[in-house]
Design a binder for this molecule. Structure first.
Ligand SMILES: Nc1ncnc2c1ncn2[C@@H]1O[C@H](COP(=O)(O)OP(=O)(O)O)[C@@H](O)[C@H]1O
Ligand SMILES: [Mg+2]
Length: 273
């Protein structure tokens, strides 16, 4: 059975001027269809990779799947439960939020610069009330730092004391802290140098095997996508134009847009993980 199912996900953004302004200027309502009827499913422990150029709707999908943004139409099922259902009770919603975590492109933006690393990683443990005992909390934070290749001694440092790759490791440690089953990675290595990219991608793969994590992995970069994906979905203007198992899609693309993406990505296979 599929673990994550997106059904006909659609998101409209209302870009219209306020009603009064429209009345005066005679301008029409402007509705942007950012995501248009996108369906896919992810098996437990696998990686579904979404590729598409900037503005194609990737982050909007990520936010709907993670529960941060409500779809205009369609639904997200996690392990059979509908996330956006109005009838879902508070504790089930909390439970879902704990099971799905996100890693974003820019660790500068997603890590609070005034917090020490230990507190950043501890925050989900506290907020989901996973460990009450202080000493046990510190032990867990040290364990998480170790799991992402950082040192337990880093607990008292601030984000700016780390390199870009290390900062992304902190983000990953924080994502792991709530013991999630699903991690949504939205351009997790796009801000990193190529050599560092491979290390972070490697770490994500190792963690996936160790904890049987399910990934929704998003990137505009087909070279990155090709090292991570079990299945690849190609997104264009908010629509899924092609989907196939990774090697099949890379070898035998069907849609013209996929062919174009492939021909403009000569470095596929260059990232050794
Ligand atoms: N909150 C928002 N309000 C209005 N438009 C938005 C909002 N978020 C995204 N968009 C628009 O939706 C489209 C898809 O954006 P996004 O999902 O961020 O694409 P991607 O992540 O693939 O670059 C873009 O045209 C973007 O400008
Ligand atoms: Mg984006």
């Amino acid at each position: 059975m599929s673990y994550v199912v997106a059904r006909e996900l659609t998101k409209y953004f209302n870009l219209s001027d306020p009603w009064v302004v429209r009345k005066i200027t005679g301008r029409k309502k402007q509705i942007l269809t950012a995501v248009d009827g996108v369906s896919f499913s992810i098996k437990k422990g696998e990686t579904y990779a979404l590729v598409g150029e900037s503005g194609s709707g990737k982050s909007t999908i990520a936010q709907m799947v993670s529960g941060l943004l409500r779809p205009s139409m369609g639904s997200v099922l996690i392990d059979g439960h509908d996330f956006h259902n109005n009838n879902i009770d508070g504790s089930s919603l909390r439970n879902m939020r704990q099971r799905i975590q996100m890693v974003f492109q820019s660790p500068y933006a997603s890590l609070n610069p005034r917090w020490k690393v230990g507190d950043i990683i501890l925050e989900p443990i506290r907020s989901f009330q996973l460990i009450a005992d202080r000493q046990e909390q510190q032990k867990r934070v040290a364990e998480l730092l170790d799991q992402v290749g950082l040192s337990p001694r880093d607990i008292n440092k601030y984000p700016h004391e780390f390199s870009g790759g290390q900062r992304q490791r902190i983000s990953i440690a924080r994502a792991l802290a709530s013991q999630p089953e699903i991690i949504i990675c939205d351009e997790p290595t796009s801000a990193l140098d190529v050599s560092v990219q491979a290390q972070v991608l490697n770490l994500l793969k190792e963690l996936q095997h160790e904890f049987l994590l399910t990934y929704l992995f998003i990137s505009h970069d087909l070279a990155v996508i090709s090292t991570m994906a079990n299945t690849i979905g190609v997104l264009k203007n908010g629509q899924l134009v092609e989907e196939a198992r990774g090697p099949v899609l890379l070898k035998n693309p069907k849609h013209d847009y996929t062919k174009m993406l492939l021909s403009s990505a000569p470095d596929i296979g260059s990232i050794k993980t």
